[in-house]
Ligand binder design. Structure first.
Ligand SMILES: *Cc1c(COP(=O)(O)O)cnc(C)c1O
Length: 427
C-alpha cells in the first residue's frame, strides 16, 4: 500500500477534496488525512505503518470495535449465499424482529441504506401522514444531507463553516424551521403559533453532531407534549444514539415515546444500513401498503442484515451496556482530572459511550455555546494526540465513541496523552 501522503495527493485529483465524506479530509485542523489499512479491536493501522487507539469508531457504528471476529464470521457465512437478490430474504425479517422487539415505540420498520435515507424518508412520511409541509429541527442537529434538513446542520457543515448549502432551493429551506436546541420556550411559542402547520419535529434526543449536548430536563417531554397537541409527528433521529446509549436507544433512557425513529450506524454493524420505523398507523402509509413512495435497489441486502443481526445479538449479552458505562465513566473522570492537572479549562459532557470535549469554559447546552469553543486550540490538540497514537475525530463538533474493545489500559494511555497534549497547547 502507498503511504497516506501519496494516496491523498492522488485522491485529490480523482475525488473532490480527496475524500468521500467532507470531515475526513481534516481540513479544519489543518492536517492531512491518514489512509487506513486495517482495524482491529479499538485500533486502527494506517498506510504509513503507524497504529492508533481509536475514538471515531467509523463515526459511530463500531460499538464492538473493528473487525469483530463473530461479526466477520457471520458476514463471511452469508456472503457464500450471494451479495444481493433484490428480493425478500429471511435476514431482513430477523433484523426487523430484533429492532421492533428492542425498541418499544417501533411497531414496523423499513430498511434503507444510510441514515440520510432514513431521515429523508421519515420526513416524507410525516408530511404524507399529516398533509402538512413545515418541519421543525434544532440548530446543530445533523440529520443527514437531504435538502430540507441541511439547515443549521452542525457537524461537517459547522466544521467547514458552511451556513446552509448552495444547491438547496430557498423554497425547500423555507419549509424548515430551525430552533435552538434545549430552548423549551422558543419551541413552545412556535408550536402555539404554527403547530397546526407542522408536519414533523425531528430531533437528536441526545445531540452528537455539535459535540455532545444532553437534553435539559423537560426538553424532550415538551417536544412530546406539544407534538401530540398539534398532531405533528415526533421523529427521534437515533441514527447515532440507537443501540449506542442503551439497547432501546435514547428514548428508553429518557422514557419518551416518539412516533417515528430513524436508525443507522450500529444496526448495520459497519455495513451501509439505515432504517426508519414507528407507529403502525403511520408506517402503513408507505408503499406498497400505502401511497407514500420510498424504495431501494440494495435495501435489506443480506450482508448488511447479517452484520446488523450479529452486532445486535452481541449487544444483548448480559451487562454489555453496564460494562461500557463503567469504562466510559472512567474515561470521563480521567479526562476531567487530566484537564485540571494540565490547568486547561475544557467542558466535558457524556452520555453512555458518547463523550464531548469542548474547548470552552462555558457549559454547552446548545449550538451557540458549542461555537464558543477555541477551534485553534482544538486543532493543536488533535494533531498532538495523533502524534501520540490517539485517533479522535478531526472536528470540535464531533463526539468520542468508546467501544467494548477498549480496555482499561487503552483508556489510561489515552488519559495520559490528553494531559500531556493539553499541557502543551499554546493559546
Ligand atoms: C450519521 C448521522 C446521520 C446520517 O447518516 P448517514 O449514514 O451518514 O447518511 C443522520 N442523523 C444522525 C443523528 C447521524 O449521526
Amino acid at each position: 500500500m502507498e503511504n497516506s501522503i501519496n494516496l491523498f495527493n492522488k485522491a485529490k485529483k480523482l475525488i473532490p477534496g480527496g475524500v468521500n465524506s467532507p470531515v475526513r479530509a481534516c481540513k479544519s485542523v489543518e492536517a492531512d488525512p491518514l489512509f487506513i489499512e486495517k482495524g482491529k479491536g479499538c485500533r486502527l493501522f494506517d498506510a504509513d505503518g503507524a497504529q492508533y487507539i481509536d475514538y471515531v469508531g467509523s463515526w459511530g457504528p463500531m460499538i464492538l470495535g473493528y473487525n469483530h471476529p463473530q461479526v466477520i464470521e457471520e458476514i463471511t457465512k452469508v456472503l457464500q449465499r450471494g451479495t444481493s437478490f433484490g428480493a425478500p430474504c429471511d435476514l431482513e425479517v430477523m433484523l426487523a424482529e430484533i429492532i421492533t422487539n428492542g425498541v418499544a415505540s417501533v411497531a414496523k420498520i423499513r430498511m434503507v441504506n444510510s441514515g440520510t435515507e432514513a431521515t429523508m424518508s421519515a420526513i416524507r412520511l410525516a408530511r404524507g401522514y399529516t398533509k402538512r409541509d413545515l418541519i421543525i429541527k434544532f440548530d446543530g442537529c445533523y440529520h443527514g444531507h437531504a435538502d430540507s434538513l441541511l439547515v443549521e446542520a452542525g457537524s461537517g457543515v459547522a466544521t467547514l463553516s458552511i451556513p446552509g448549502s448552495p444547491g438547496v432551493p430557498q423554497a425547500f429551506a423555507s419549509h424548515t424551521i430551525s430552533l435552538p436546541y434545549n430552548d423549551i420556550e422558543a419551541f413552545r411559542d412556535t408550536m402555539i403559533k404554527k403547530g397546526d402547520k407542522i408536519a414533523a419535529v425531528i430531533v437528536e434526543p441526545v445531540a452528537g453532531n455539535m459535540g455532545l449536548v444532553k437534553p435539559v430536563p423537560d426538553f424532550l417531554e415538551t417536544l412530546r407534549e406539544y407534538s401530540l397537541k398539534t398532531g405533528s409527528v415526533l421523529i427521534f433521529d437515533e441514527v447515532m444514539t440507537g443501540f449506542r446509549l442503551a439497547f432501546g436507544g435514547a428514548q428508553s433512557l429518557y422514557g419518551i415515546t416518539p412516533d417515528l425513529t430513524c436508525f443507522g450506524k450500529i444496526i448495520g454493524g459497519g455495513l451501509p444500513v439505515g432504517a426508519y420505523g414507528g407507529k403502525e398507523e403511520i408506517m402503513n402509509l408507505i408503499a406498497p401498503s400505502g401511497p407514500v413512495y420510498q424504495a431501494g435497489t440494495l435495501s435489506g441486502n443480506p450482508l448488511a442484515m447479517a452484520a446488523g443481526i450479529k452486532t445486535l445479538s452481541l449487544l444483548q449479552e448480559p451487562d454489555f451496556y453496564q460494562k461500557l458505562e463503567e469504562k466510559s465513566a472512567h474515561f470521563e473522570n480521567g479526562i476531567k482530572t487530566a484537564a485540571q492537572k494540565a490547568d486547561f479549562p475544557i467542558f466535558v459532557s457524556r452520555v453512555g459511550s458518547m463523550l464531548g470535549m469542548f474547548f470552552t469554559k462555558k457549559e454547552v447546552q446548545n449550538f451557540a455555546d458549542a461555537k464558543t469553543a477555541d477551534l485553534k486550540a482544538f486543532a493543536q490538540f488533535y494533531k498532538k494526540m495523533r502524534d501520540k497514537g490517539i485517533y479522535i475525530a478531526p472536528s470540535q463538533f464531533e463526539v468520542l465513541f468508546l467501544s467494548s474493545a477498549h480496555q482499561k489500559e487503552d483508556i489510561d494511555t489515552t488519559i495520559k496523552a490528553v494531559q500531556e497534549c493539553l499541557t502543551r497547547i499554546k493559546i
